[in-house]
Design a protein. Sequence first.
Lengths: 100, 165, 555
Amino acid sequence: MSTKAKARPATAPVVFTANRLRDGRVVWFGAEGTWRDRIDGTTPFAPAAAEEGLALAQQGERDQQVVGVYAVEVDPAGPTPLKFRERLRVQGPSVAAEAA
Amino acid sequence: MPLLEDGRLRPDDWTHVEDEAPLPEGPAIVSLARLRAEAASLAGRNAPLGVALPPETQPEEIAPFLDRLALIAVKMPKSKDGRAFTQIRALREHHGFAGEIRAAGHILPDQYAMLLRCGVTTVEVPEGTKPETWARSRDTIRIAYQAAQGADRPLSLLRRKLELA
Amino acid sequence: MNALTPPQYARTYRYDEIDREFLQERIAEFRGQVERRLAGELTEDEFKPLRLMNGLYLQLHAYMLRVAIPYGLLNSAQLRQLGKIARRWDRGFGHFTTRQNIQFNWTKLEDVPAMLEALAEVDMHAIQTSGNCIRNTTTDEYAGASPDEVVDPRVYAEILRQWSTLHPEFTWLPRKFKIAITGAPHDRVAAQVHDVGVLAKRNERGEVGFEVHAGGGLGRTPIIARKLRDWVPEAEFLAYMEAVLRVYNALGQRDNIYKARIKILVRDLGDEFTQMVEREYERMPRDKYRLDPEIVAAIAAHFAPPPFAALDDQPLPEDPEFRQWAEASVRAHKKPGYASVTISLKPIGGIPGDASAEQMEAVADLAERHSFGEIRVTHVQNLVLPHVRQEDLHALWQGLRAAGLATPNIGLISDIIACPGMDYCALATARSIPIAQRISERFASLDRQHDIGECFINISGCINACGHHHVAHIGILGVDKRGEEVYQITLGGSATNDAAIGELIGPAFSYDAVVDAVETLITTYIAHRAAGERFIDTYRRIGVMPFKDALYAPA
């Protein structure tokens, strides 16, 4: 489950993402130390602090709060994920019919 | 490790014996390698003998020893690894093994009814396990749609009422 | 009539009190599993296989619940209830899949037991729609209606459904296990690319038996199945299936998820696999597994023909727009005066396989009015009304048009199979749906589509190939190349009797360039085609080079 979290060391600032256990919604975790519905305004961990951040985020798995924690490299402005996949995770599907 | 039978914990008379260790007086479970290497001397013991059947071993390979065995322990390295189900069913169905079949390893209460339907007798469960979770899991679904080894009563079509409790 | 009561003549397997009791027990079991998970008694690693076995995935944005539509058969009450579920617990849509199931993309874990209760009201469930177990058996969407049918596959698909439900030995297999069965000489189920493909047939005495293939599949290692046996007598059908599954469960790879499907075992063992199945089959206590003819007859009764009227074939009305739709959507029926109608879930620019709650209700109403209340889901993500009077076709077309369901593109270039891709799926490496939408928009002219003729485009958003790209005339596979979505194209695949895996044509195309590439392939085909040739025929005649030259020629 946490295999993604064991990926190569971060080279950019990171925030963590997961799905909330009860309803599956995407949530975000930054240096504030709480899981939030939106990535906007979360404070990224510096690359050197990524491992420490992961340990904090994974506590949410042990508390039956979230599922599938993994690190997302971000541009601190926003912050905005560097990879397209996680930008989709922020924005929701790019196709119109089921937009929220 | 606690032992579950009929949905309840019961004392375990058996000892798992390491390959190099001397055999105890009472019932002993040995490895397949030791069973093969020491078949003659093991047969001479006065206490019941069991073997640990590795998941990758086909039951045919222990067929020559079956009449001397009182217990076969199958292993699920992970709960997702279901080879033991086929081993258990084959031991009962093809080899007519009537002794105790014990399942060990990482097993979920949710797998208990299916293990019983394949022919298992006992399950080694983790310390602190709640036997009532296992009993409830076994008793939740009482209708099945196919022939198996555990007790059941035909209803109609392919369906049968399970009598696992 | 209660809205939950299916119409009298809709031929789906009708649950009795035993089946309903079982379903309630299964819901109770899952409800208990959810409670244990929320209470922390089960870890996610332990819960995951349990939720998957009940169709619940965790996707990119949310949980997704996949509901079983056994062998693609629905009655109108069931379809209406799916619409209700879409409205109440999703965002008003459902997504029909290539395995003839339906998915809801915005499910909440804590709502799932209530959703299962709503499904059970119409004898439906999500059992074994995922997980390493025997999945929903797929079959011919024209079963019971097609003129070329020799054996009704629904009877044996239902027997397989029951037999495989919570099978005590085969619920923790090395990997998922998919069976397809057909009863017609023309294979419409892609039998040869399934873990087990079954061809039901009859001998000279009229008895039913089965030709069994195993070890086919798509995914990252596409393989055409190996024939195990030419004839398994009906009474031994389940015994033989048990034998195949026993060998697989004992010997299939467990340490590498990418080599765990039965196709790898069959490929590696070759004829030895067949011999092992035969040895197991020979020595098993066959009486115990014998399929009693009375059971077959009792299940077959559920699929007895509806009361067809004695009619004559009718000429179609002279309405050009209707004619264009009919040419694409209407198929011959075994009964004179009747026809089978395919309903396109591929509107130009739409999401392949999506239907809104309102559309599900509209189709349910039309099925009740025109098709004995029966609906089928196809593996190309469309719907079928199997038994429509020819004299009703024009009225049906008008009803479909009012619901936005009359796109006349069945079998044409915009009738695209697409997996959910990266827009929804956690495994995907690229988007699929927007590619399908843009191709569909590029070829929006229906006159042009009809001129191009039959052409199958399938799109997968990762190497797992849920979009069946390997067996498309034009297959598109989206992959990730250093953070960018790029698309590989394969040509010449086929999923029917002449099953073939498509050939990779060359370097991948960018998200922006892939639609132009498809257009280049089509103009190349048009330039080379002989009279009456489909895309695939021209490709087979002239080979890959002209297409390659056109795609990769220096500008």
